[in-house]
Design a protein around this ligand. Sequence first.
Ligand code: HEC
Length: 119
Amino acid sequence: MRPSPLVACLALAALVGCGTGDLTLEEIDPQAAPAAPTWTAHVRAIMQVHCVACHDPGGQAGAQEGYAYDTCDATKRGWGGLVETVFDTAEMPPGGAMRLQPWEELTLIRWREQGSSCD
Ligand code: HEC
């Protein structure tokens, strides 16, 4: 019997997380993310690693789309798209090679909840 896609996905989620649809925030170890994330210390690095190669003003999918993530202000402006493609549909980054880790997603969400400080 072949494992169902759901089982395979859950098994994968246990290892690396496959999108956020399968892993609720409650299931993420709260200690895994900084309690009070800041742009400079935490968020910028996450966006640099996962998004900015393509989403900066000169990139293939940059500011002309309104989804640049290279600065704090741009990331705040592009937050809606980020939530939609990363948290809701897991469509970005394309191909899934550099999917955000659960602790990174929790970091972004906390940053937002705490007012998206650019410190
Ligand atoms: C390898 C390049 C690449 C990376 C890395 C990447 N993107 Fe994209 N992104 C694109 C391209 C190309 C488009 C435009 C075409 C499309 O929509 O697929 C796009 C489109 C988008 C859009 C517009 C909505 C949409 O679905 O068209 C959003 C929002 C977005 N990306 C967010 C992100 C976020 C957030 C990250 C980091 C977690 C990210 N992207 C990482 C290449 C990338």
